[in-house]
Design a protein. Structure first.
Lengths: 309, 309, 309
């Protein structure tokens, strides 16, 4: 039987069977989230720490809700209004929080590799909720969940990832997850925003939308406004002219995804966001179920499955 | 039987019978808040989202506590430390949060009409916790609750609302609610802070405290300090000299109210705040019971009432 | 039988028997925190307000977790994003929050004496979580708990408190608590950071580490970076050269403590922090158990004990 490790730091921690198992578990938790009483007692009395060093609505609230729907107690620590402001090192903060004997620490950090460091400093299970430009594995899992539901399987699906690939942890995690699940991936964006060695991850690369119609799924990345200031793109207007995904550029039947938060009118047109092709709401909803499943698999998983076998 | 709509956006959503029903329900929840175990399981496992785009202590903590005392799970999103900082549109934030399938979204915004927009974007029940200068209906309901308890009925009560009426959503909601419950309302403040057409809401207007003794209830509004900077008032000192409510200006038997937070020594003297005539603590306490009642009526109300009938 | 007062404002509120009783209770709650289900229903349905006017990770999350592990509902109010920003007075904020009928208010403030003032304004039990340079009694209790566990008893233990004694509420509370429990205390730091009349608290004072080897316990205080700016110390480098506690300066068998958050490389070397002599993690863990015990003793304590007698 496939086993998860103690942490979820990278999509590379997961083989295809592990991903499938998390998604199957997430299906059952999504059913819980559809009930009037959206709560199961599996983590009652256990403590989950959310440690967020970057602002976030959807990821932090999604993890918080996932933990609460599993009946855990959640302690949220943000860099604003915390001793992080006082210059305490990440290591000392993690060791402090570990003294509460949490079952899991969910960490978001602007620094690539932070989650891996945290895992070395605590006996808790560590879940990477985004570390710099490195990875964001639960985002990739919820995206695979959303697509598997819609397509049945990702095998042979053609997925384009469009935008600022260079700075995107979502792109990295999703290329790994989509290809592991059998899809082919093409990344597309301005030459300044495509890393040179990106093909090493197992995808193709292009700098124009010319062949976009081959995609079954168009996955659009957020363009951070500060990229313009740093001269990665000449202007938002020019970027939008060349790379914005609009309803006109989508062919019927293509699915549209975005990890959020969206810059309306920059990387995506408002019309496209609101179209029936967009799966953005389904992605967010999947986030709660998938994070419940990840917490469950890391903290409870194996013995329960063994008992069920 | 009177029915509430799906949302509470404005006092105009409520006829007198609906208001009375919410207040009756609030009486029973106030009894719960007086128990040692301040908790009933009526919303167990349901999710309430608090979305606050303005700083707030009493309204946000009051809604949070109301939801917790009904055993709901609460997710609080504030503009600081959230993707709202990243410029995500209100619409996208609401659609994101709606994907969690919340029973209700409580929204505070600096923009008039925001709550109404939100109601168009989500299947959740929407409760307006203050939208710009427009309305703050739960404040009005808790004020009516407080007065009904003290006076038995608001019929024919004479209520003065004193201060910055122009910028006050509390003034708008309270004029509507007080008159609907049978009271007569007079607004009083500097000419620059009284809207021209305020009588259209069914009240009188004056610019001096000369006839204040006719009031049964003196409801004092907060004066935002920035009004002086914007030249609505010549100076806080002059404002206080003409409009500050002091113990000397109150006649015995008059009741004193304020929505909080108070500027001590500006619109109210410290002595008046701490006097036995002030109902400010009772207003805050009523806030929890009334918000429990609003959540209950919107989310559970009708079938339970029908069963009880 | 010893009784606690209604509040915990200062270590001076507690005689030795009261401290022992809190520590005994904390032992049983520490056992709860070691279970998989870290929760007991003793405060179910009761409301605890955390009112923090200073940034804090460990104290605020420790109190929050303590309350949640006792099954209480917690409302956290911070100065950022609250009406405290709007200039509301502490008195009005406390009276507002008191209207929720909380069982306890936990208050942290930059102003000495704030907790005592709060106790005069509310019927709730008040717990001082740090008030300016005055006191931080739960920190002292958790430190005594940690040492009692390690040493069996503090009687005749020799404890050095090293660093910025002048600005430290921890130093004040800990001198009082350690001496009350039978230890002898020496404070050590630069002359500018030792208060003139500190011996009045029952301790010795010195300005060099020359005799540090006599200490059984070396308790290091945080050096706030702004002390350099205010010319209390010539430079962090010079401070570290004279007062930093390093592994080389510790003799084998000495115990090392710090209230956190640590400035690595200023008052403590990284090597010392990570050594087996350091009790820093044990202190943090003790914090949850001791705060559970304080909440329990203040809110439930006496009748239960009487029943058990």
């Amino acid at each position: 039987m496939t086993k998860l490790g103690r942490h979820l730091l990278s999509i590379d921690d997961l083989d295809r069977a592990s991903i499938e198992r998390i998604l199957d578990r997430a299906e059952s938790f999504d059913e819980v989230s559809g009930r009037e009483i959206k709560k199961v007692p599996v983590l009652r009395g256990r403590t989950i720490v959310n440690l967020f060093y970057e602002s976030s609505t959807r990821t932090s609230s999604s993890f918080e809700l996932a933990a609460k729907r599993l009946s855990a107690d959640v302690v949220s620590v943000r860099s604003q209004g915390s001793s992080v402001d006082k210059g305490e090192s990440l290591k000392d903060t993690v060791q402090t929080l570990s003294a509460y004997d949490p079952a899991a620490i969910v960490i978001r950090s602007p620094h690539a590799g932070a989650a891996g460091l945290v895992a070395g400093w605590t006996p808790a299970a560590v879940i990477n909720a985004g570390d710099g430009k490195h990875e964001h594995p639960t985002q990739a899992l919820l995206d695979v969940f959303t697509l598997r539901r819609r397509l049945g399987s990702l095998d042979d699906a053609c997925i384009w990832i469009v935008g600022d690939v260079l700075h995107s942890r979502v792109a990295r995690s999703n290329i790994l997850a989509f290809t592991r699940m059998g899809a082919t991936v093409t990344v597309c964006g301005p030459p300044t925003l495509i890393p040179r060695d990106i093909e090493a991850l197992g995808c193709e690369a292009t700098t124009t939308l010319d062949c976009l119609e081959e995609a079954d799924v168009v996955y659009v990345l957020r363009l951070q406004q500060e990229r313009m200031r740093d001269s990665f793109v000449p202007s938002l207007r020019e970027y939008a002219a060349r790379y914005q995904i609009t309803s006109a550029r989508l062919r019927p039947g293509q699915l549209l995804m975005h990890p959020g938060p969206v810059n309306r009118g920059v990387e995506l047109s408002g019309e496209a966001i609101d179209s029936a092709q967009a799966l953005i709401g389904a992605q967010v909803r999947a986030g709660v179920a998938v994070r419940m499943a990840v917490l469950y698999e890391l903290l409870v998983g194996v013995p329960i499955l063994a008992a069920a076998a």
